[in-house]
Design a binder for this molecule. Structure first.
Ligand code: ATP
Ligand code: MG
Length: 399
């Protein structure tokens, strides 16, 4: 494993050389202490965004109002955020005002959980005023300060706690879970986009069964789009022993548990603010999954689905039928590999060829003929060869 901190050390040094403090913070420090793979290295500094921009020649303003500047250096790109407090909260949501500060401890104090409130300097020394390292050793999710106050400030933290249960297999500390359970109604005010990010991380976490159970036990599910009346469906989802599934596969599995018809899928996923592209992909997977649960793949369906959808559909088929042996996936993949064409564009004749050969203008006949050719190539009754296709067409035309 490469060490992402190592390459970021020159960035800290530059800030320090200019007279500021700079530390690694947040999820990267937590994951480092847990020996987990590190995604992004987050850096916090006492320098204001303007001061950061003076030090580094190449920067991008990605969240300047929150104090975040993206710094581009030879080794990569790093998000540098100015120490800040989020004093006033409005409506249990986002902070009304962000104030830049020069003090690290106050920055750590505004963070959600003690495990996320640890700073690490460039010599890997920890600055851990809230005993986050101890919480990590005890596998505990505990708010920094009063859990009740912290959930009031930003109720998204309720969902973040549960997604960390799923990702890290930690437990929520007793006081934190009590406050959480008492305040789930605050989630009503939280934007769906923010809930979606946490819910998706929850769905693909290793310990998702426990996390989903917490969603039910604490009634968080009542505040999630389209799931209010769906306790039974979520219980069904929890019962599946699942091989690792990606996020689109998890959405598809959830939809299967919800027993949604194809039309309902779009409404549900739109409510969750998924993009058109995501909705299309999940819709495809569910379409072929429903079909696959009724019958085996035909060559036409393999062709129409394409490799990624076939693999997703098969993984889901195995999960739903609780089949442990995953070799069948390979067999379907081999069958897909042996298809003479994978896409319409691979056919060796074009619409222009046909119009030429038949000396006819375009029209519905053209589409029909191309479709006919496509199907015959797929079923190996016709080689994908221009001359042979022409011969075959002429023969058919004489009949
Ligand atoms: P991941 O590894 O999934 O990115 P993360 O802990 O880094 O997890 P982010 O959403 O990237 O989560 O947030 C980075 C850091 O910002 C967190 O570790 C935490 O210190 C702080 N943070 C994020 N969201 C909140 C919040 N709603 N309230 C308080 N602090 C937060
Ligand atoms: Mg992060």
């Amino acid at each position: 494993m490469t060490d992402p901190f190592l390459t970021a050390i020159p960035v800290l040094e530059k800030l320090e050389d200019a007279g500021y403090e700079a530390y690694f913070v947040g999820g990267s420090v937590r994951d480092f202490l847990l020996n987990r793979e590190i995604n992004d290295v987050d850096i916090a500094t006492s320098a204001t965004p303007d001061e950061v921009k003076k030090i580094f020649p190449k920067t991008v303003d990605i969240g300047i109002e929150h104090g975040t500047v993206l710094v581009l250096v030879t080794n990569g790109a790093y998000e540098i955020t100015t120490f800040r407090t989020e004093s006033e909260y409005e409506d249990y949501r986002r902070p009304k005002e962000v104030t830049f500060i020069r003090n690290l401890k106050d920055d750590l104090q505004r963070r959600d959980f003690t495990m996320n409130a640890i700073a690490m300097d460039r010599n890997r020394k920890l600055i851990d005023p809230f005993n986050g390292f101890l919480a990590i050793q005890n596998k505990l999710i505990q708010t920094v300060g009063s859990p009740s106050d912290r959930f009031q400030e930003d109720a998204l933290r309720i969902m973040r706690a549960v997604r960390f249960v799923s990702q890290l297999s930690f437990q929520i500390e007793a006081g934190t879970i009590t406050a959480l359970a008492n305040q789930v109604h605050l989630l009503e005010k939280i934007a769906v986009e923010r809930k979606k990010t946490e819910f998706e991380k929850l769905l693909i976490g290793k310990n998702k069964k426990t996390a989903l159970n917490i969603l039910l036990d604490t009634s968080i599910f009542l505040y999630l789009p389209g799931l209010k009346e769906e306790r039974k469906s979520l219980e069904k989802l929890i019962r599946f022993e699942s091989i690792p599934l990606n996020i689109n596969e998890m959405w598809s599995l959830l939809i299967f548990c919800l027993q949604f018809k194809e039309k309902e899928i779009e409404v549900f996923l739109k409510d969750w603010r998924l993009s058109i592209k995501e909705i299309r992909e999940i819709g495809r997977t569910v379409h072929f999954l429903y079909k696959r649960l009724e019958q085996e793949w035909s060559i036409y369906d393999l062709y129409a689905a394409g490799r990624d959808t076939i693999l997703s559909t098969e993984r889901l088929y195995l999960v739903i039928n609780q089949i442990k042996d995953i070799r069948s996936i390979e067999n379907w993949e081999k069958m897909y590999d042996s298809l003479p064409i994978k896409d319409r564009t691979e056919i060796n004749v074009s619409g222009n060829d046909l119009m030429d050969w038949f000396n006819k203008r375009g029209g519905p006949w053209l589409k029909e003929t191309l479709l006919d050719i496509e199907n015959n190539i797929l079923s190996c009754q016709l080689p994908n060869n221009k001359e042979k296709i022409k011969e075959w067409l002429m023969k058919c035309n004489q009949k």
